[in-house]
Design a protein around this ligand. Structure first.
Ligand code: GDP
Ligand code: MG
Ligand code: K
Length: 295
């Protein structure tokens, strides 16, 4: 059974979140480049092995709302916790829970998603200090589990991965193994759409499908991204299958793709899909590189 899911990472600056990501995914990593301003809930890294795919999301800072906009931001941050399978709360070796961590803990108390505390930088602690810290965090009573690690030294990372996988459900591989560094967002979006097409048409249109994002643009002052994408297939008959009776299949594809895209981008999406026939597109080098495939 293959498992997959989304994991939000939260923690104040300098606790070692980036170091952890680098260590967790190692060579399998796809660290994402800087995202446009509009994106608040972005993919940090994708970890894939034989058993599972974990999509790590950067969670925007959760803070006390000062105004309407602040409220909106906070709401979307807590929403981000709702739509994920697990939250990793990363802390460091500090002996006391400071105001930054306290605020996050208070916010996490309202979150139903399971939260695992990742106690990082244990290379800076002796056994007794480690024990005291675990006791202190355990007393908060909100963590499923506490996993002590050293992201820098690579200690106990495998245990953390085991704990993460335990919280994932059976699911598809959202992103391909060959996903490369600095994968632009639109490639991720096209992969999500392609995955839905393949899911909906089963074996009727074997692999002769590619997706190209024609337009992807955030509206100026609204939290909506307009996306129009073309699904390319190789035959007229395939086009009919993808669209389905009364367009029902394409609607289904669009609906489920949109849900995933919104999770990926952290904002609403208005998705328009078109189906076009392009015979033997696989032989056209030009298209292949346009679509972002490396095979
Ligand atoms: P982020 O702001 O949470 O992403 O933190 P970074 O990953 O950028 O790490 C902040 C600093 O902590 C860097 O200097 C890291 O080298 C250091 N650091 C991260 N993990 C560890 C660890 O396990 N042990 C020690 N001693 N330092 C660490
Ligand atoms: Mg960082
Ligand atoms: K990958």
């Amino acid at each position: 059974m293959f498992k997959s899911g989304f994991v939000s990472i939260v923690g104040r600056p300098n606790v070692g979140k980036s170091t952890l990501m680098n260590n967790v995914v190692g060579e399998k990593i796809a660290i994402m480049s800087d995202k446009p301003q509009t994106t608040r809930n972005t993919i940090q890294a994708v970890y894939t092995d034989e058993e599972a795919q974990v999509v790590f999301l950067d969670t925007p800072g959760i803070h006390k709302p000062k105004n309407k906009l602040g409220e909106f931001m906070v709401k979307s941050a807590t929403d981000a916790f709702k739509n994920v399978d697990l939250v990793l709360f990363v802390v460091d070796e500090s002996k006391k829970i400071g105001p930054g961590d306290r605020k996050i803990i208070d916010d996490l108390k309202n979150v139903k998603t399971p939260v695992v505390l990742v106690l990082n930088k244990i290379d800076q602690l002796n056994e007794e200090e480690l024990f005291d810290l675990m006791k202190m965090y355990n007393a908060e009573g909100i963590f499923e589990q506490i996993v002590p690690i050293s992201a820098l030294k690579g200690r106990n990372i495998n245990e953390l991965l085991k704990v993460i996988k335990k919280h994932l459900e059976e699911g598809p591989q959202y992103f391909p193994d060959y996903m490369i560094t600095d994968q632009p967002e639109r490639v991720l979006v096209s992969e999500l759409i392609r995955e839905k097409v393949l899911h909906y048409v089963h074996d009727e249109v074997p692999h002769g499908v590619a997706v190209e994002i024609e337009r992807m643009k955030s509206r100026q002052d609204k939290e909506i991204v307009d996306i129009s994408a073309v699904i390319y297939c190789e035959r007229d008959s395939h086009k009919g299958i993808i669209i389905g009776k009364n367009g029902r299949k394409l609607k289904g594809i669009g609906k489920s793709a949109r849900a995933d895209i919104e999770l990926l981008l952290g904002s609403q999406a208005n998705l328009q899909l078109w189906v076009k026939v392009k015979e033997n597109w696989r032989n056209l080098q030009n298209y292949v590189s346009n679509f972002g495939y490396t095979e």
